[in-house]
Design a protein around this ligand. Structure first.
Ligand code: ZN
Length: 201
């Protein structure tokens, strides 16, 4: 399976990192070894001093497709949840400043945590995502505020990558990203339901 991720899909988050708001989606991938096994703690790697949490709405691909048209894109999805796109911000900033790919900062072991899956509603609608750190809300967003709709994202990425059943798409994080530390308890919510718990070590 592939883990495809979108960056800068909320205006406020692009601005908080000082990034231009892009016309085309920013796309990157994580290897399957980035998946954090369910109920495992997230272990901060020894080579970074600044891992950030990014809570995101995540959708799962239900059938194979390429060159998908936006009007059909929703039909290629079969489930949704929230996920954490853990990011070594110090390494990412260094790589970005050198114009280099981000993979090491975004695709390291355990950097993709997925919540429990829920069925998608029959018709597209807005979903609210939220992250609590140690019981305090740190991030909140609505997919209504996407710069690129999920249909447009699926259509866009399928022009480059054949989408296969079981692939997952992280759709970008809202504002409020910040560091995690050993001992933190992270809890992700989708439409007010707790879907993801991760302890940081
Ligand atoms: Zn992200």
């Amino acid at each position: 399976m592939k883990i495809i991720c979108v960056g800068r899909n909320y205006r406020a988050h692009a601005e908080e990192l000082g990034n231009a708001v892009p016309e085309e989606p920013v796309v990157f991938c994580k290897p399957d070894s980035a998946l954090l096994p369910p109920r495992n703690p997230f272990v901060i790697p020894p080579w970074t001093r600044d891992v950030h949490h990014e809570i995101e709405w995540v959708v799962r691909i239900g059938k194979v497709g390429k060159y998908i048209e936006p009007r059909f894109a929703y039909g290629y999805l079969d489930a949704m949840t929230v996920g954490l796109d853990f990011t070594a911000r110090d390494l990412q900033s260094k790589l970005k400043s050198q114009g280099l790919p981000w993979e090491r900062a975004k695709g390291f072991d355990g950097s993709a945590a997925l919540g429990s899956w829920v069925e998608l509603p029959d018709e597209p609608r807005a979903h609210e995502i939220r992250l609590e750190k140690n019981g305090t809300e740190v991030q909140r967003g609505s997919t209504a505020d996407f710069l690129h709709s999920v249909e447009d994202l699926v259509a866009f990425v399928s022009q480059y990558f054949t989408l296969k059943k079981g692939d997952v798409l992280f759709t970008g994080t809202p504002a409020g990203v910040g560091p995690v530390a050993a001992g933190d308890r992270l809890e992700g919510f989708l439409n007010s339901e707790s879907r993801l718990r991760v302890n940081v070590r």
